[in-house]
Design a binder for this molecule. Structure first.
Ligand code: NAP
Ligand code: MG
Length: 507
């Protein structure tokens, strides 16, 4: 949400983008070749601002996943990838970052057209974060180290050390909320550790991943190392999750599908990492800087239209500051400019799809029926006839058992709840099946850090929200999943430890 506001302006369509819009049919990437689905079927990607089709992509199914897994297996076992030095691998990932940067405007526009997010955000957040992310993991390629272990075997000298080896063929299933960034979070570390990949983008937003696939060869990543199979979750995604020759599956998406993935993965006991939903508590104390806390709370829920797994969707405000914070929050929310993402004046675009629009407006209805009051927003903006737009909505008077307070909405909808003291808010904050993120706003840093230790969440932000860095681990407690992406922690997910013993003879 850029402020001060800018004039309405549409950029010229970037040259590379033209190949991905206007109803064109794209292919997917298997073994370094651009191919159709074996069935010949396609699926349509839509522009959520106009509800018009953007492009057709292959609707890959089991047979295509089989082909992709075979290619990834071959690339892993016998391809040049495994013979490349760690330094060469790192340089290839770095080059990929350079290429994304060079084509940054194309990527930003593709992301906005396919997902709906404001172009200003795609330019300032999604694309630079992707570039940083690849560069960060390029550096890790040469630092994946084992250890020497001082063992105690009576009468025998032993040299015992560990190797940290790649897991092998990795399946990666990603959502539509940050299409390119989620691809980067998954690919960067997998490649740094020497794995090969089959990536399945979300059906709603396949275009930026396919464009990324076009850059792999120039980056020096050999054929078959990254395969990109577009298709539906129930077919392509399910086939990947249950595939007997996939060694690991990494998934970001809903908790519901996360559970399906785990069951599917049990067939060959493939490793699983899950980054799932959230219902993150955002806690404002009366002793906070209330201006920045109110704006911070608005950004916590409205950034990316609330379509963030870590969105600050439960806003707890200390009772004595409630009447000060609420008008600031409401005023800020009402000023957010909705419109098509390609308009540079837009601060909030449409939701990603018709399904998501139905889902979020369903929650709005349920909130109102349950006695909740919309202090701002609460429906569709009247000024926009087309597109999946929903107003930024601030609910008050929400009952403790209301669906809007308990379930992940994944839209621009926040529930505000007054609280009296730290113990009460710690208990309320943890009263959820999720545990992805939380935030605390206060000038009392000791209080904030004590509360951070009590909150059951994988990330706690103090006097900030939605701050990310490739070096800082991210992931869930409880049903928000397990495994940490980003930082050194992610190496655990993409390597396995081998212990090597050498008998050096008697003592
Ligand atoms: P989703 O179904 O969990 O989709 C995420 C990814 O999983 C997509 O690539 C999807 O494919 C795939 N998938 C779906 N069913 C699958 C299956 N049976 N086996 C393997 N893969 C499968 O999420 P959604 O339907 O897009 O959104 C529904 C809700 O999920 C949202 O409203 C939100 O609450 C939550 N969500 C959370 C996150 C997050 O980051 N935590 C991200 C997205 C959505 P398709 O492309 O065919 O769907
Ligand atoms: Mg789309």
């Amino acid at each position: 949400m850029a402020q001060p506001r800018v004039q309405s302006e549409y950029p010229a369509v970037a040259p590379g983008v033209r190949d991905f819009i206007g109803g064109r049919t794209r292919k997917m990437l298997i073994d370094g070749k651009w191919v159709e689905a074996a069935s010949g079927k396609t699926l349509t990607s839509y522009d959520p601002a106009t509800e018009e089709p953007l492009a057709e992509v292959p609707a890959g199914e089991k047979e295509d996943i089989d082909r992709a897994v075979k290619a990834a297996r071959k690339a892993f076992e016998t391809g040049p990838w495994r013979r490349m030095t760690a330094s060469e691998r790192g340089r290839a990932i770095w080059k990929l970052a350079d290429l994304v940067e060079r084509h940054g405007e194309e990527f930003a526009q593709l992301e906005t057209l396919d997902n709906g997010k404001p172009l200003a955000v795609s330019r300032a957040a999604d694309v630079p974060l992707v570039v940083d992310h690849f560069r960060y993991y390029a550096g890790w390629a040469t630092k994946v180290e084992g250890e020497t272990i001082p063992v105690s075997i009576p009468g025998q000298q032993m040299l015992t050390y560990t190797l940290r080896e790649p897991v092998g063929v990795v399946g990666q299933i990603i959502p539509w909320n940050f299409p390119l960034l989620m691809a980067a979070w998954k690919l960067g570390v997998a490649l740094a550790c020497g794995n090969t990949v089959v990536l399945k983008p979300a059906e709603q937003t396949p275009l930026s991943a396919l464009r990324l696939g076009e850059l792999l060869d120039e980056a020096g990543i050999p054929p078959g190392v990254v395969n990109i199979v577009t298709g539906y979750g129930e077919t392509a995604g399910a086939a990947l999750a249950e595939h007997p020759d996939v060694d690991k599956i990494a998934f970001t998406g809903s908790t519901e599908v996360g559970k399906i993935i785990m069951r599917a993965a049990s067939g060959n006991l493939k490793r699983v990492s899950l980054e799932l939903g959230g219902k993150s508590p955002n806690i404002i104390f009366a002793d906070a800087d209330l201006d920045s806390a109110a704006i911070g709370a608005a950004n916590a829920i409205f950034f990316n239209h609330g379509q963030c797994c870590c969105a600050g969707s439960r806003l707890y405000i200390e009772a004595k500051a409630y009447d000060t914070v609420m008008p600031k929050l409401v005023e800020y929310s009402e000023k957010i400019k909705l419109g098509p993402g390609m308009d540079l004046a837009t601060e909030m675009g449409p939701l990603v799809s018709s399904e998501q629009y139905q889902r979020v407006t369903g929650f709005l209805d349920s909130g109102k029926k349950g006695g909740g009051k919309a202090a701002s927003g609460g429906g569709r903006p009247k000024s926009l006839a087309k597109g999946y737009f929903v107003e930024p909505t601030v609910f008050t008077d929400v009952k403790a058992d209301a669906k809007i307070l308990r379930e992940e909405i994944f839209g621009p909808v926040v529930c505000t709840i007054p609280f009296k003291n730290v113990d009460e808010v710690a208990k309320a904050g943890n009263d959820t099946t999720y545990g992805l993120a939380a935030a605390v706003w206060t000038k009392d840093i000791a209080k904030a850090n004590r509360l951070a230790q009590t909150l059951k969440a994988g990330t706690v932000w103090i006097n900030c929200y939605n701050v990310f860095d490739a070096a800082a681990p991210f992931g869930g407690y409880k049903q928000s999943g397990f495994g940490r992406e980003m930082g050194k922690a992610a190496l655990e997910l993409y390597t396995q430890i081998k212990t090597v013993w050498t008998n050096l003879g008697p003592h």
